[in-house]
Design a protein around this ligand. Structure first.
Ligand SMILES: [Ca+2]
Ligand SMILES: [Ca+2]
Length: 287
């Protein structure tokens, strides 16, 4: 009996060296080598299967985790006052302006800074104040958050008061609409009684729409009130940007930009299901 080295080599040996070694051996030793090579190939195939399965499981976990975590997008955040005191921004459809507070819990003295926002002409801005912790004074003449319906100093005040809003609690309504495609947020302080966290305000562009279809046409997110079509990035980003908070339902996995336990559990469940599925498939093939 003669072993065909060419066939064996092509089927069993994965390198030329292994092929040559096997073919140069006597027949009995060839059979022993054949067994060792078969075992080796089986081991390599098994290891490869495990590696493939590991890659599939890790990929499935990361995919689900990313889908859960990367819902929405953080608004562009500006400090008040920041490096620039007064400027116009057109870089995004959603912003957040937050007061800077020093280590002693004081916001800056003698400030008068204004950030204006402008968007497409077909859109407007919705503003929602989420924190207010400033000195209260009559008509807010000392410290205030002022909101203007445009970019100019003489534009109408959206708060309905000459000097904006102030104090240590959110007075209702805590949200405002621009009438056009621009709006301004101004921070004004005096030189005394500046202890507090200041304000935190969300400024979100939206397209006024008359129907759900109109919002779907621009691939937007429609607030529950049915009138504001925002960018899909507002959905589940940890900030309530619709007036009724419909962009942050309780099913959101994202809480202030961090993944919740529910997203981890979902990713874990999908991974386990993948393992079971892959194992069952592997056993079926083995049989
Ligand atoms: Ca003050
Ligand atoms: Ca949101």
């Amino acid at each position: 009996m003669t072993l065909c080295c060419g066939d064996l080599g092509s089927r069993l040996a994965t390198t030329d060296d292994r092929h040559r070694t096997l073919c140069s051996l006597p027949l009995t030793e060839k059979k022993g080598s054949l067994t060792r090579v078969v075992i080796r190939i089986a081991t390599v195939r098994s290891t490869a299967t495990h590696h493939s399965m590991n890659i599939v499981v890790i990929s499935a976990f990361l995919l689900v985790w990313l889908v859960c975590v990367v819902d929405g997008e953080e608004p562009v955040k500006y400090d008040m006052p920041g490096e620039q005191c007064t400027f116009i921004s057109t870089t995004s459809d959603q912003y957040r302006v937050v007061t800077v507070v020093d280590e002693n819990g004081n916001y800056e003295s003698n400030v008068s800074c204004k950030i204006s926002f402008r968007t497409d002409e077909s859109k407007k801005f919705f503003l929602r104040v989420t924190r207010m912790d400033m000195e209260f004074s009559n008509q807010c003449v000392n410290d205030s958050l002022r909101i203007y319906d445009g970019t100019l100093d003489n534009d109408r005040s959206l708060t309905g008061t000459a000097y904006g809003i102030c104090g240590r609690s959110l007075s209702l309504p805590n949200y405002f609409h621009s009438t056009g495609n621009a709006v301004s947020v101004q921070f004004v302080t005096d030189n005394a009684n500046n202890n507090g966290e200041g304000f935190d305000i969300l400024v979100t562009a939206y397209k006024p729409v008359g129907s759900t279809e109109e919002c779907e046409d621009v691939d937007g997110f429609l607030c529950l009130d049915g009138s504001k079509c925002m960018s899909k990035n507002v959905y589940c980003n940890g900030h309530s940007q619709c007036s009724e908070g419909s962009d942050e339902p309780t099913t959101c996995s994202n809480v202030s930009g961090r993944a919740s336990i529910s997203s981890f559990l979902l990713a874990f469940t999908v991974s386990m299901t993948t393992i079971l599925f892959a194992s069952t498939k592997h056993m079926t093939h083995s049989q």
